[in-house]
Design a protein around this ligand. Sequence first.
Ligand code: ACM
Ligand code: ZN
Length: 525
Amino acid sequence: MLAIIPKPAKLTLLSGCFTLNKQTYLKVDPSNAELIQLTNFLNLTFSNALGYQLNLNNVSSLSKKNNIIQFVLEESSELQGDESYYLEIKPEAILVKARKINGLFYGLMTLRQLLPVEIESKKIIANIEWKIPCLQCEDKPRFSWRGMHLDVSRHFFSVDFIKKYLDLLAMYKFNVFHWHLVDDGGWRIEIEKYPLLTDLTAYRLDNMEVWHPRHLSFQQKDCAQALHGGFYTKQQIVEIIDYAKARHIRVIPEIEMPGHSQAALFAYPQYQCAGAAQSLTEPYLYNHQNVYCLGKKETYHFLKNILDEVFELFPESIVHIGADEVDQRFWNNCPDCANFMKQHQLRNGDDLQSQFVHEMDAFLSQNNKTLMAWDDILLGGHDSPTNATIMSWRGEQWAAKAAKSKNYTVTCPAWQCYFDYSYRAVPLENVYNYDPVPAELNEAEAKYILGVQGNVWTEFMTSESQVEYMALPRMLAVSEVVWTQVENKNLDDFMQRLTISSTRLTLAEYCYCPLELISEKNLTA
Ligand code: ACM
Ligand code: ZN
């Protein structure tokens, strides 16, 4: 059985096989750097199991017609879209064709899943014939935003793990990594202008409750091993962006404001509201009550200075500013906020939040960036900025509202796409059967739905294997929600392919939830 996930648009199985061996040549235009990078990626991915690298064509071998894998960029291809590809496997040759390099990359990812599962092994597999069934496949994604999110604030994850996570995204044709870098649990991105952000909040005692400033840990050596945390230097962030780029994954940074700012305000309490200091004697990880004071102009300078460094670092045009779950109580008791609201004729906290988001939207636009925020910015009957891309987590009516107001929208409703929820709360079927386009949208409105992502919040995930266990295999169901045409989706068929794919995951050294524990049927029995 072919077990390709996500299921391709059109596939015809033919008789015979191609056999990959030491003599197989990779044939590409040697003058094209993107194609050379693709062949390097192929060798990187396959050579552990093969025990050798495939030869890249040179001028003398360009005429070779047998035992080749050929990658061709072809503008005139009838395939539509930058991410589509055509794959043809014959006994003597494999051809992958696409208009753009992304398409060729997805063709390669399909080829990967057509090889025996042992190709994922980190160790050489001897005594195996690397046979690939003959077929023709035309494929393209349903949505352009196919994302996975990771919260690295509540718990920190190493650069190596981020790369392992990106490898997983690439395998299943995801093209967005939403990096939740900042939250109440710690600030994880180096900001040169404000070093205390990371100095004071990147490490905390591992009781999950209280931050432990790094400099204190040096005085109290006996509890050093109990510290949890870390942050990414600018150099590491560039390294990760490059790693993602080689896998055709965009990296969207999220810098939370004006709420979920407990960590930042622990480091720089001057930007909180008058009267809020009291709460900072208890900087709990789960407490998301503290908010930036929006009545002080210094707060705006602080946030814009941070964003300037973020813009410089991330080539991505979209920057996510969070803006969810803002506790407005501090604003309501703050003289600075009261003055500001009076001055700008704002009636309440919703108006203040809305004014803030508009201000940030204008700032991002001036910097040629697009603001993204959670669907909370649609609260209170205020217009969301027309430039904003909305990330809808609170359910279908908010996705519909955003799309109707012509805001591009990515959906990740909690009961289908939150992988911090248990498998009992969000069983695999919920994820697989989810369709992100609300029925009430007409065709023009539906175009504003860009796609879907799975979210991995880590309040209760302390280890890398826990992240993998919660994300896998549910993220494979997301891959099929966002890639596969609706008419090709079938849960039973998916489950069969998943059984085979799970062996791939084991060989690739990912941890996942056992398949007997992911399904509604079994969990309710
Ligand atoms: C969220 O879950 N607060 C976006
Ligand atoms: Zn205030």
